[in-house]
Unconditional design. Structure first.
Length: 765
């Protein structure tokens, strides 16, 4: 019998206590079965295979998952949570069937595997018909057509389920699904100014993020987000906190702030990042996986209850605020802002087990944006929050799952690097660097170039890294490179991407995208490939984005030395990064389910095709004039752009490119990995920090004025800021850039030209 769960799963704990601590169940299991317990977070590949079976067999899924297998691991029956009496009955019936009808049971297992093998492999896949005979222009045109159709379908599906009143999608349970928000953000950013669909996309994102920020799903005391809301108002959550939720939402809120300038969104970014650094960081730099929903409740005699750590009676709030020196008027206002009332604010319909009776789940009655515009309310809210945090620190904390997963730590690196870069907060970037160094030194086998999946208190799991470990970490490293100019992160990302493609990239007949587990892993009889972006994005969707970014951030040739390998090459892993991405994109866009299942992949397509920008900044990163140029780029959301910097940062801690020994990334080595145009641009720069904006291997004239850079980006990007910041609105930037005397002086070199190819023979840019 296989039981799959995870450390912070409420019903897993219930079944553990009711059934697995029962002597009756123990005797049945030990006498007749081989009991196997799997942590789905350590082995999501195992979980995916058997959850697909359970969902098909029962019509639903969830955890704990209970599956009965033949000795060769073929499933034949199962379910999710079973009470102790029900499980005992099932065990007896399964034992009887195995003893008296073993051949029938084994035949049923064979039929199950035959039915699901193709489904588990994710379909046959394949390129666009006639692909091999198409020109590159024809392929790009066809992909754009497919992408446009898929994006329209995905947009209409989300638009049709959007909650106009409270944000989010659906009318009952509300789950954060960052991949949907990422798609809508990219759709808005790629739309023409004033385009109705683009404006609607941003409206849905911001409405959802505001609803979550104001609701009880957001921890208003300690920061971070709970797993999901049990009601459509975002009020009463399921209280467990998962690292992957807060890490991904950190990036979503940052991007929404970049597009709107709303201070409330930046406020949530800071609160979420501070929570991660305060409560979820390992002393060595890694990040813990989750915090449980249950903890001891003094009101229930010390029994563990859902949300006990996070909810408050009116008396508890009043006492904490009084101890903090807040007067009666301030206490009343705090309670009014966060809906703290006598008898509790949780409706019975949202508390079916009675665990929240008499308690208050804090949620804002005034939108956070409005509160932040009222200095008196800001003061009351911050003082009250600090008072409750101090009081809460005296409670028994929920159990924290202190395993470090490479995948979720990679998502956290990405979120912190993105937030730190945009908000100009070095502490967030440093925490991301510390996490990368933790993975490098403790969870990376340099000799083999492979990741480990999991570590717990310094001890490594025997499980090797899975596809999502590689994909998420590569994303984090690319974000770190853009945030630090440390070329070592870029080199390590290249190494990991190559290893990921060697181990997991689907071959002919294996499905589409990436296998979740290496085909060399004998523990999985039928590996899964998937492009489904759920609570976590699929490895395939993230890898497409990574490959497209790497193709513009690096000067990479296909393995084997050919500049332009034939499209007939059967091993896609030997193709350049862009060609690998192109094949994955074609295969995914032909699948009818892609618009509904793969919003993260659709978002990644902003980086496909000739319109991708390369912003190149030449100058010592620590210099004031370099920082002025970087701030222009860092403060805007540019889904169709990458940032290249030279020379590399001068840093004491070096990141190895590959192999067992670390290598110092010096300037010449950096030029070998960066695109050739970086060298061309650098050769034309004197002493002042200088920026270039390039498309299709053609670079602009050099710019030293931040306003000129802002204007240039404005003219060739559909991204535009909605609010005025220190650089002005986009139209103001463009006007200022056109009138800039600094820009005029730069144009004197070639007064009749606006662009020059970085590939030109004269070596000038």
């Amino acid at each position: 019998m296989l039981s799959v769960g995870y450390a912070t799963c409420h019903w897993c704990h219930v079944m553990e206590h009711e059934s697995f601590e029962s002597l009756r169940i123990a005797r049945l299991l030990n006498d007749h079965f081989v009991p196997i317990k799997v942590d789905r977070e350590e082995r999501p590949d195992v979980d995916s295979v058997y959850m697909s079976f359970i969902q098909a067999a029962t019509g639903s899924g969830g955890w704990p998952m209970t599956v009965f297998l033949t000795p060769d691991r073929k499933p034949f029956t199962g379910g999710t949570y079973f009470s102790e009496p029900r499980l005992a009955t099932i065990l007896e019936k399964v034992q009887d069937a195995w003893s008296s009808k073993r051949e029938e049971v084994e035949a049923q297992g064979e039929r199950v595997v035959g039915t699901f093998r193709g489904k588990l492999a994710g379909g046959a896949g394949g390129c666009i018909p006639g692909f091999d005979s198409m020109t590159e222009t024809e392929v790009e045109s066809r992909v754009r057509e497919l992408r446009s159709e898929a994006c329209e379908t995905a947009f209409q599906q989300l638009n049709g389920t959007y909650d106009e009143t409270r944000g989010g999608f659906g009318r009952s349970l509300k789950f954060p699904r960052p991949s949907e928000l990422n798609f809508l953000l990219s759709l808005h950013a790629s739309s023409a100014p004033g385009d109705a669909r683009g404006e609607r996309a941003l409206e849905m994102v911001v409405g959802t993020l505001r609803g979550m920020a104001d609701g009880g799903i957001h921890d208003h005391v300690g920061g971070g987000f709970h797993r999901y809301s049990t009601d459509p108002d975002w009020h009463v959550p399921h209280f467990e906190k998962m690292l992957y939720d807060s890490a991904q939402l950190l990036a979503c809120y940052t991007r929404a702030w970049q597009l709107t300038g709303e201070e409330a969104l930046a406020h949530v970014v800071r609160a979420t990042a501070d929570y991660l650094l305060r409560d979820m960081r390992d002393a060595r730099g890694g990040f813990y996986s989750a915090e449980d929903a249950d903890s001891a409740s003094p009101a229930q005699g010390g029994a563990k209850k859902e949300g006990a750590f996070y909810v408050w009676s009116k008396e508890e709030v009043e006492l904490a605020l009084t101890v903090a020196g807040m007067c009666e008027e301030e206490r009343m206002r705090f309670c009014a802002l966060l809906d703290v009332v006598e008898g509790g604010n949780v409706q019975a319909a949202a508390d079916t087990h009675g665990e929240l009776r008499g308690q208050n789940v804090l949620h804002l009655q005034v939108p956070l944006g409005t509160v932040l515009g009222t200095p008196a309310d800001v003061n009351i809210l911050e003082r009250g929050r600090a008072a409750l945090l101090a009081a809460r620190d005296g409670r028994e904390r929920p159990v924290r799952d202190e395993k470090v997963l490479a995948s979720w730590t990679g998502l956290t690196i990405s979120g912190l690097a993105t937030a730190g870069r945009a908000l100009r907060c070095p502490a967030y970037v440093q925490a991301a660097e510390d996490a990368a160094f933790f993975l490098l030194t403790r969870m990376y086998e340099k000799e083999k170039g492979e990741l480990r999946r999991c570590a717990f208190h310094g001890e490594l799991s025997s499980v090797m890294g899975l596809a999502d470990d590689y994909a998420y970490l590569v994303r984090g490293l690319l974000d770190l490179y853009e945030a630090t100019a440390e070329t070592g992160y870029l080199l390590w990302a290249v190494t990991l991407q190559e290893k990921m493609d060697d181990l997991f990239l689907c071959r002919a007949g294996e499905g589409r995208g990436y296998l979740s587990v290496s085909r060399e892993d004998a523990s999985i009889a039928y590996p899964v490939s998937s492009t489904y972006d759920g609570a976590e994005p699929s490895a395939t969707s993230v890898a497409v984005s990574n490959l497209l970014r790497l193709s513009t951030l690096t000067e990479q040739k296909p393995r084997g030395g050919e500049d332009r390998p034939s499209r007939e090459q059967s091993d896609a892993g030997n193709l350049p990064f862009a060609s690998r991405a192109e094949r994955l994109i074609q295969t995914a866009l032909q699948a009818p389910e892609t618009p509904y299942e793969a919003p993260e992949l659709l978002a990644a397509l902003e980086l496909y095709g000739p319109g991708v920008m390369q912003v190149i900044i030449i100058g010592q990163r620590s210099a004031e004039d370099t920082q002025a140029l970087l701030e222009v780029v860092d403060r805007v959301f540019l889904p169709n752009a990458v940032l290249l910097q030279y020379p590399p940062a001068k840093r004491p801690r070096k990141i190895p490119a590959a192999g067992p020994t670390a290598c110092s990334i010096e300037e010449q080595e950096a030029l070998e990995i960066l695109p050739r145009m970086v060298n061309t641009c650098a050769s034309s720069v004197q002493k002042q920090a200088t920026a270039f904006v390039c498309q299709n291997r053609v670079c602009s004239l050099p710019m030293t004025d931040p306003l000129a850079l802002a204007g240039r980006i404005s003219r060739i990007s559909t991204v535009r800021r909605k609010e005025t910041d220190k650089f002005g609105t986009w139209p103001e930037m463009e006007t200022a850039a056109a009138a800039s005397t600094n820009l005029s002086s730069l144009l004197k070199q070639k007064p009749s030209e606006s662009d020059v190819s970085s590939e030109s023979g004269n070596g000038k840019a």
